[in-house]
Write a protein that binds this ligand. Structure first.
Ligand code: G1P
Length: 294
């Protein structure tokens, strides 16, 4: 790459999913608001994006997701109560996590037509710029964050990037899977990509996890609304159509990934984040050590 690629300033967060796997918890509470220790899953995603230089946060929501908008806004009554009762560090941490005025936008995915469709719903906010897609279910813990590590690669390669990790072959049916080319360091060229292949047909075991850096050209493909795996408009299928047209790379980040769309993954995330926290780890370790061994 000779010239520096256009800076990445915008990110789309698809958050329209119903979260049926977490019922009854998600009956009235969006799954993105479930907490890992003391922070909603969606806030981890937004903080990761902010660390990567994202300035515009676009949420593609659905019915019953309004508390996500409330979460990223001032809560004047609460703030004044915290101030009045001298809880200044709690107040400051709320204020620090607040995105700046005008940097958050919401649009609705009016029908559950797939991830490609959800991303397409954000097209007017993106315009003709490169943008990130962050799937909050994939909680990425590490320093620097996953998206920041990808931006470092993007600044060299430009084009499209996806985060990947090796998964057991039996699991390819749950992921987008890449057909890998040459690997340099943490970055692998992508020669092809397929959504949720059967294990025996998967081109590799390098599976896409929920971080993407995409060019705006993707919208012209998503405009066609072609259905793919599961009858849905798949983001992966649109990426496949750009293979050979723009540089396309997979990045293995140094982050730990937790699948918070899955109950066990979600519990694992809570344990891992709790064990990283000096205020919680000693207590949690005692509890874990006292658990009966089966
Ligand atoms: C989506 C994508 C898939 C990707 C996965 C990562 O699938 O379609 O390509 O591997 O996210 O979590 P979903 O989990 O929405 O079925």
């Amino acid at each position: 790459m000779t010239s520096t690629p256009r800076p990445l300033r915008k990110a789309v967060f698809p958050v329209a999913g119903l979260g049926t796997r977490f019922l009854p918890a998600t009956k009235a509470v969006p799954k993105e608001m479930l907490t890992v220790v003391d922070k909603p899953v969606i806030q981890y995603a937004v903080e990761e994006a902010r660390e990567a230089g994202i300035e515009q946060f676009i949420f593609v929501t659905g019915r019953g997701k309004h508390v996500i908008a409330d979460h990223f806004d001032h809560a004047y009554e609460l703030e004044s109560q915290l101030k009045g009762s001298g809880k200044i560090s709690e107040l400051n941490s709320l204020l620090e996590s607040l995105p700046s005025t005008g940097s958050v936008s919401f649009t609705r995915q009016q029908a559950p037509l797939g991830l490609g469709h959800a991303v397409w719903c954000g097209r007017h906010f993106i315009g003709d710029e490169p943008f990130a897609v962050v799937l909050p279910d994939d909680l990425m813990i590490g320093k620097p964050g996953a998206l920041k590590q990808m931006v470092e690669v993007y600044n060299e390669t430009g084009g499209m990037l996806v985060a990947v990790e090796e998964r057991p072959r039996a699991e390819t049916k749950r992921y987008g899977v890449v057909d890998p080319g040459v690997t340099r360091g943490n970055t692998t060229e992508i020669k092809g990509i397929v959504e949720k292949p059967d294990p025996e047909k998967a081109p590799s075991t390098l599976c896409v996890i929920g971080r993407y850096i995409l060019p705006a050209e993707i919208f012209a493909i998503l405009d066609k609304k072609e259905r793919g795996a599961g009858g849905e408009i798949q983001l992966t299928d649109a990426l496949a159509k750009l293979v050979g047209k723009v540089p396309f790379h997979a990045v293995k980040t140094e982050c730990r990934r937790f699948d918070c769309g899955d109950k066990v993954g979600f519990l694992h995330a809570n344990l891992a984040v709790g064990l990283d926290r000096p205020d919680i780890a000693p207590h949690l370790k005692k509890i874990l050590a006292a658990l009966p061994k089966d």
